[in-house]
Design a protein around this ligand. Structure first.
Ligand code: AMP
Length: 225
């Protein structure tokens, strides 16, 4: 089972797909967005600075997120992990590469979840999340709605809208993906570990392709090599 590095624009489905992989295959889920939101929720002075950045849709500085990810990955004991929302810049991708080399972690696949702007925007506007267990829901999708309105199916917490899930901030985040993050695809293509998945397909098909690409159900690995 390979470690998964998701490269995707906002609302491509990283959170939903990660939930599926954690529940079914016990992946460790490392979401830099969740880690940053936890820091904001703690009310710390640093959290207050982060809050302003996240609300604007801009990127947090590379050093901060690289440090967060380094701390997380170094504490993992041989557990396969998902990186959700990291790397988002070439500098982060190179730092990650160095870290994985240092730790002799070589079994990785970069998954590009490709979704068009309109579909992503519709998803963002319908997204609610659980602030406690971080599960993500989509109110426009029967399969991704909570059973009881506004309540998390898993932990019973009241669901919330993310403060950056509005059209204005979404457009900043989408532009940031196109300008800062999309160029990383070449980096992973050159390393020969990039696979692309059409994130507008039905979820079952996405899961199936992902299970093949990450060699969770061994079928031959990456079809885009
Ligand atoms: P996400 O939950 O992945 O959509 O991330 C929410 C926000 O957190 C982003 O819009 C950024 O402001 C910040 N963020 C998350 N991951 C990173 C990262 N790898 N680099 C810089 N900023 C990040």
């Amino acid at each position: 089972m390979k470690n998964i590095i998701f490269i995707a624009p906002p609302a491509a489905g990283k959170g939903t797909i990660s939930d599926y992989l954690v529940k079914n295959y016990h992946y460790e889920h490392i979401s830099t967005g969740d880690l940053l939101r936890d820091e904001i929720a703690s009310g710390s002075e640093f959290g207050q600075k982060l809050d302003i950045i996240l609300k604007s849709g801009s990127l947090v500085d590379d050093e901060t997120v690289i440090q967060l990810v380094r701390q997380k990955i170094t504490t993992l004991a041989h557990q396969a992990f998902i990186l959700d929302g990291f790397p988002r810049t070439l500098k982060q991708a190179k730092a990650l590469d160095q870290l994985l080399d240092e730790l002799h972690i070589g079994n990785n696949v970069a998954i590009y979840l490709n979704v068009d702007l309109d579909t992503a925007l519709k998803r963002v506007m319908a997204r609610v999340i659980c602030p406690k267990c971080k599960r993500s829901y989509n109110l426009n999708n029967e399969k991704l709605k909570p059973v009881h309105k506004d309540i998390c199916d898993d932990c019973g917490e009241v669901l919330i809208h993310r403060s950056d899930d509005n059209e204005e901030t979404f457009r900043v985040r989408y532009d940031s993906f196109m300008n800062n993050t999309k160029p990383i695809l070449d980096f992973y293509q050159d390393k020969g570990i990039l696979c692309e998945i059409d994130a507008t397909m039905p979820l079952e098909e996405i899961y199936e392709q992902l299970e093949d690409e990450a060699e969770i159900r061994v079928k031959g690995g990456c079809s885009n090599d």
